[in-house]
Design a protein around this ligand. Structure first.
Ligand code: UD1
Ligand code: UDP
Length: 366
């Protein structure tokens, strides 16, 4: 049996590992272990995903919590080093681009443990994004790089990564979506807000570039007002964003805004239900760009770069600046049915995690 130890810490990690853990458990040659760093710890940012994705409790919970980048990454590394020495895995799996990913990659490499990166090769080419640093370092250290889209293959080739280390498998986040799509649809979550399908905008925002900068945050608030004046908005607010809205004195006015449902972060199934029925997503999330492309729901990404260009070239994503006018125009086009239809990117078919499990056994089984 190959002892495969997966490291997770944040909301998008749970959704990705959901698919991987099920595929690892189903493979007779793999013995999966699950370590939760505790980077995200609120029940709405963590526990609900374990329940809804039918994941077992993690084998170890490290409770590292929040902090500056150095403090959080360092605390995670110290805790993971003990775990890796104790668990003696044959292989470490890290997913995505968060600080828990980076910490897992560094500790595995220093302990000479084989390490694979799921969702490798994505690049925004913006090193002011903490995720870009995490992606670059993790990919430099990984023994196998599992890729979701063509740009990832191109980026790794350009960076000189040997072809035999790179494996194009598709998208494990879409595996989870495919698995839970029907269950989510049955919830009809929009109805609970008194909203009909395709009659609202669903919004999420949490990038430091958008919400930590007071000027950009004020622009975002203006954008929320502008959209809400035209169409109802549901906005599950990430804890980083709620803290920033409160600190800058925006929260009370938004809470009072008619037509805006400013709510706590919601569970995966409820979010999937809202996303599938939305007329338009307005977001800065990485994963939501991919999910809307798969669902063929219009998506506006309020950023100036994306590490997931296939969602624009093939999918339903459009990148816009933090300006009222282009977003007003996008809302108009989306609700007039004038949005591109998009196509499903290659291998986004619900089977990426099984491909990864099979490849791990092929490579590390001997
Ligand atoms: C992290 C990831 C980001 C990812 C996002 C997914 C890094 C560098 N960033 O950003 O790439 O897109 O997760 O959601 O790893 N907080 C709570 N409760 C929680 C978690 C966080 O209140 O359960 C608050 C704390 O005030 C914390 C802040 O949110 O300081 C930011 O949390 P952190 O994990 O540092 O970064 P995210 O913005 O969540
Ligand atoms: N999501 C969720 N509830 C919410 C907001 C998002 O379940 O209130 C899901 C969403 O469907 C996607 C993932 O969380 O699968 C994206 O996480 P996030 O935007 O926090 O991180 P990113 O993808 O930007 O790293």
């Amino acid at each position: 049996m190959i002892r495969v130890l997966s490291v997770v810490g944040t909301r998008p990690n749970f959704i990705k590992i959901g698919a991987l853990h099920h595929a690892f458990s189903a493979h007779p040659a793999l013995l999966p272990r699950l370590i939760h760093t505790g980077q995200h710890y609120d029940a709405r940012m963590s526990e609900v995903f374990f329940d809804q994705l039918e994941l077992p409790q993690p084998d170890q919970y490290l409770g590292v919590g929040s902090g500056s980048h150095a403090a959080q990454t360092a605390a995670t590394m110290v805790a993971l080093e003990k775990v890796f020495l104790d668990e003696k895995p044959d292989l470490v799996v890290v997913v995505g681009d968060v600080n828990s990913t980076l910490a897992g990659a560094l500790v595995a490499a220093k302990l000479h443990l084989p390490m694979v990166h799921v969702e490798a090769g994505l690049r925004s080419f913006d090193r002011r994004m903490p995720e870009e640093i995490n992606r670059l370092v993790t990919d430099a250290l990984a023994d196998v790089l599992y890729v979701t889209e063509q740009s990832g293959l191109d980026n790794l080739k350009r960076e000189g990564v040997a072809d035999e280390k790179v494996c194009f498998v598709g998208n494990v986040m879409i595996d989870s979506l495919v698995r839970f799509r029907e269950k989510a649809a049955a919830l009809k979550t929009a109805g609970g807000f008194g909203l009909a399908p395709k009659a609202y905008v669903l919004m999420t925002m949490h990038r430091p570039a958008n919400v930590d900068d007071p000027v950009n945050l004020a622009r975002l608030v203006e954008i929320v007002h502008t959209i809400t004046a035209r169409v109802p908005v549901i906005f599950p607010v990430h804890p980083r964003t709620r803290n920033r809205l409160a600190a800058e004195g925006h929260l009370d006015a938004l809470d009072a805004l008619s037509g805006l449902h400013l709510i706590e972060p919601i569970g995966y199934l409820e979010f999937l239900s809202l996303m599938a029925d939305a007329g338009l997503l307005v977001t800065d999330s990485g994963g939501i760009q991919e999910e809307t492309t798969f669902l063929k729901v219009p998506c506006v990404t309020l950023r100036d770069s994306t590490e997931r260009p296939v969602t624009i070239t093939l999918g339903t994503n459009e990148m816009l600046p933090l300006d009222v006018d282009p977003i007003t125009d996008a809302v108009q086009r989306a609700f007039a049915g004038q949005w591109k239809q998009g196509q499903t990117p290659p291998l986004w078919d619900g089977h990426a995690a099984t491909r990864i499990a099979d490849d791990i056994v092929d490579r590390f089984g001997a």
